[in-house]
Design a protein around this ligand. Sequence first.
Ligand code: 1HN
Length: 353
Amino acid sequence: MTAHGTAAHQRRAFYRRIDPLHLAPLWEAFDELITPEPRSPCLPHLWAYGQVRPYLMECGALISAEEAERRVLILENPALRGQACVTHTLFAGLQLVLPGETAPCHRHAQSALRLILEGSGAYTSVNGERVYMERGDFIVTGAWSWHDHRNDTRDPVIWLDGLDIPLVKFLDASFIERHPGPEPPRGRPAGDNVARFGSNMLPVGEGAAGAASARTLLFSYPYARSREALEQMRRTEQWHPHHGLKMAFINPADGGPAMATISTFLQLLPKGFETAPYRSTDGAVYAVIEGAGETVLGDTGEGERVLAWQANDVFVVPSWHRHRHRAGEDSVLFSFSDRTVQEKLGLWREQAE
Ligand code: 1HN
């Protein structure tokens, strides 16, 4: 046996001896662990609304919202099947509440966002305050806030759920509590939250410290308002080469992100606009509110992947995947990612070309 062969043999024998003690050699794993750049196993993927919706409606006949607690079809990243993950840190799902149904009141350590895709006039209540839903609205239920959903309209309501479930699971920090009574807690009247915290004012004598949770002062971001902001701003024609016109939803108390663990964005791409190649360390989930276009991943020619999207489609761009968006029509994209977590930890990076 060569000297080299002997060394390799000796090492393998050594690894077998230490294995029962739950010990392993770092040097065999080092290059896999500490990669020169992110190598997410997550895959880009698009869920076409037209394809998924019939199955979601079938769920309506299979199980009630009450029995399911949350009647949600999980959008699973193709590379992470069975793990309820759209990226390593985020959960995404499509939820259906039929006319007359209630999804019961609970609260959990995980933070949730809703982006309304279909239906008008159903509500979610956050700590007892009703938030009536219109298409495109973005609603936050922060960690440990009571929430239930109710549809008193004649039509189904469907929305995109985004939660930090995989992140909280990774941290082993999950808790849930079901509301004990038949009635959820009663909170402030509908519309109070936007008036109180979403009108470029804050109540005097009741700052962040006085609110139930400083993190989620504002939990209702009506589309009519954010869309109007984009419409006004587009007049300057100051398109960012990599983002078009992209705005982050913020917590008005501190200017930070609207949620503690999830960054959320709204982006206008005018018809014919193509963003320049870009990548960042936060994998992002996009929902198409308006328009149609495509997102091209990878490099021109070999390895290029095209996700063609239209209204209500949902797609995922994993961490450090170079991509560019092309708008075939005036388009509005909502997106969410773990960017704020990475920023708080000093990890977030981008590469704009
Ligand atoms: C949840 O509470 C909701 O409140 C949606 O609508 C999706 C997925 C997993 C765990 C809890 C909701 C969820 C969830």
